[in-house]
Design a protein around this ligand. Structure first.
Ligand code: PEP
Length: 250
C-alpha cells in the first residue's frame, strides 16, 4: 500500500525564529501519525528547521533547486548543497516557478534527474490552469507534463518520484477540486506512468493532491483511492491547522 505524504509548502513565509517555534508546536501534535510529514521551508530556514526536527517524525524539504552542482548561477542553490545539510525532499516545477520564473518542462526534467541521482526525494508538480480545465484540456496538460518530467528516467527512479497534482486554479484561491475530479485527474497521471513503465511501477508512485487543502476537506480528498496525501500551501503555515490535516485519519 502506498504511504500518504503530507507536505507543507511554506513558499516565501516564515523567518528562522518562526520556523523553530512552528516545529516545536507541531511536533507533539503529530507524533503518532503514520503519515509522512514534510515541511518545505525557504532556503534561509532550512538549517534551523533541520536542527529543530531532530528526534521528531518531521522531514524537511526545499522548494526548488538548480540542476547543476556548482557554477556561475548567481542566487541559485544546488541539490548537492541541500543534500549536504540533510535536506531530504525537494519540490520541483511548482506552478509558481513555472509561471513567475519561466521554468520549463525541460528544466523540470533536468532538476528531477539531478535530484534522483543524489538521493533527494523529488515532489514534481503538474497541473492545468482554469482555461485549460474549462476547455477540456486538463488530461492532455497533466499527462504531457508528467511524461516530459519523466523523460529518460528509469523505472526504479520513477518509483521514487512523487508527483503533486496541483490544479493552478485551486492554488491559494480557496477553490478546491472536488474529490472526484482530483481522483480522476490523478488516475490519468497514473495511467500515463503505466503507459511508460507498466502497472507494477505505476501502482507504486505516490501522487498527491494540492490546491486549497484545509482541515475541513483533507479527509474527503485523502481517503480517495488514488490520492496519496497532499501538498499544502496556506494551511501549512498554522501548526494546529497543519496538524489537523496530517491527523485527518485519526
Ligand atoms: C501550494 O502552494 O502548492 C498550494 C497547494 O497552496 P494552497 O494550499 O495555499 O492552495
Amino acid at each position: 500500500m502506498r504511504k500518504k505524504i503530507i507536505a507543507g509548502n511554506w513558499k516565501m513565509n516564515k523567518l528562522p525564529n518562526e520556523t523553530i517555534e512552528f516545529i516545536e508546536e507541531l511536533a507533539p501534535l503529530i507524533k503518532n501519525t503514520e503519515n509522512e510529514v514534510v515541511i518545505c521551508a525557504p532556503y534561509i530556514d532550512l538549517f534551523y528547521a533541520l536542527l529543530t526536527v531532530q528526534g521528531t517524525n518531521i522531514k524537511i524539504g526545499a522548494q526548488n533547486m538548480h540542476f547543476e552542482e556548482k557554477g556561475a548561477y548567481t542566487g541559485e542553490v544546488s541539490g548537492e548543497m541541500l543534500k549536504s545539510i540533510g535536506v531530504e525532499y525537494v519540490i520541483i516545477g511548482h506552478s509558481a516557478r513555472r509561471q513567475y520564473y519561466d521554468e520549463t518542462d525541460k528544466a523540470v526534467n533536468e532538476k528531477l534527474k539531478k535530484a534522483l541521482s543524489i538521493g533527494l526525494k523529488p515532489i514534481v508538480c503538474v497541473g492545468e490552469n482554469l482555461e485549460q480545465r474549462e476547455n477540456g484540456k486538463a488530461k492532455e496538460i497533466v499527462t504531457t507534463q508528467t511524461k516530459l518530467a519523466l523523460e529518460g528516467i528509469n523505472g526504479e527512479n520513477a518509483k521514487k518520484t512523487i508527483i503533486a497534482y496541483e490544479p493552478i486554479w485551486a492554488i491559494g484561491t480557496g477553490k478546491t477540486a472536488t474529490k472526484e475530479d482530483a481522483n480522476e485527474t490523478i488516475k490519468w497521471i497514473r495511467e500515463e506512468i503505466e503507459k511508460i513503465y507498466g502497472k507494477d511501477i505505476a501502482d507504486c508512485v505516490i501522487i498527491q493532491y494540492g490546491g486549497s487543502v484545509k482541515s475541513t476537506n483533507a479527509k474527503d480528498l485523502f481517503t480517495m483511492p488514488d490520492i496519496d496525501g497532499g501538498l499544502i500551501g496556506g494551511a501549512s503555515l498554522n501548526a494546529q491547522e497543519f496538524a489537523n490535516i496530517i491527523n485527518y485519519n485519526k
